[in-house]
Design a protein around this ligand. Sequence first.
Ligand SMILES: C[S@@+](CC[C@H](N)C(=O)[O-])C[C@H]1O[C@@H](n2cnc3c(N)ncnc32)[C@H](O)[C@@H]1O
Length: 363
Amino acid sequence: MTIAPARRVAFEVVRRVFEDDAYADRVFANVSTELDERDRALAQRIAYGTVQRARTIDHGIEELGGRALRKLDPPVRAALRISGFQFAWSEAPAHAVADDAVELVRAAGLERATKFTNAVVRRLADGFQELVASLPEGALKESYPDWVFDVWVRDWGFEEALELARAQNAPPPLDDYRGVSRGSRLAAEAVAARPGERVLDACAAPGNKTMLLVGDVTAVEVNETRARLLAERVPANVRVVNADVRELAERSFDRALVDAPCSGLGVLNRRPDLRWRARPLPDLQLELLRAAADRLRPGGTVVYSVCTINADENEDVVDACGLDIVPLGEEWPEFAHPKRPEFLLTTPHRHATSGFFVARLAK
Ligand SMILES: C[S@@+](CC[C@H](N)C(=O)[O-])C[C@H]1O[C@@H](n2cnc3c(N)ncnc32)[C@H](O)[C@@H]1O
């Protein structure tokens, strides 16, 4: 029997993400090249959706399948996971989904496990959607690690945490597909350098913000590969330096941007596996912000931005750095942080864009 190409690819992606710790978007790009446009879109929806919803699906497999997930052969687990996603969150015909699950397990060389797979996948087909509907609202139903949902409840209350969780299970908004979200642009605009000013881009990556900066830009990136990729594409006003910004000898910059590494809790809909890897990095963020501030001339300003929605990495880092806040909320009232209007916060559920925190500080 032939297996639907989209399901075959989704199965492969899910296996590599959970068995080899691969990044979903990279694996998907590698294994989907043979698909036509329609199947690629379908495969992406199934693969990304399954990775995002893994916690809820695994709960269903254990409840309805009656066996601990860790006891399942990896191909059986992956076939059941993509099937569970399709039963609850797609219109795919259940019998075709179930038949393909059995064939995927057979094609993986596990003939002995086909009977078990068949039995469990039919139980999922019959009962999983209902089981999801019956779950209490919260981290398990929306498929987030408890700590992520708890941070949002702590910062925003339960109802808004739920909206945020739901918004980041939906496909990313269109502006993000083009690679530059509103929050990204705000961060670069808030730097507000004038032509001729010396600007430090302290955490450049091969990102878009570097390209949006005005002035004589020194773009610092600690990762060698990223620095090389960035150097290949920067405009004439940008010089790339492969270094740890904490060790950079140059000083007296007029402006700086610290687009720091973070847990990424504002971009979870763009990176389906991120919620399972995300870690807050407040100590590193504070060090990077201080390193940039140390390299400013007196009166110079630094913009701190992170693509996360987590007070521990946002306002708490800024409050700890000891610099003067230069308010941004009046300039961009529609993006003023609801609790701290001197900062900006774009959010997926309110602004239909990635979540970004932006602050401006003066030395
Ligand atoms: C959030 S990313 C930057 C994204 C980019 N600015 C953009 O617009 O898309 C953070 C970057 O900081 C880099 N980084 C981390 N620690 C650093 C350090 N000590 N010095 C310089 N760069 C660092 C990381 O390698 C990573 O590429």
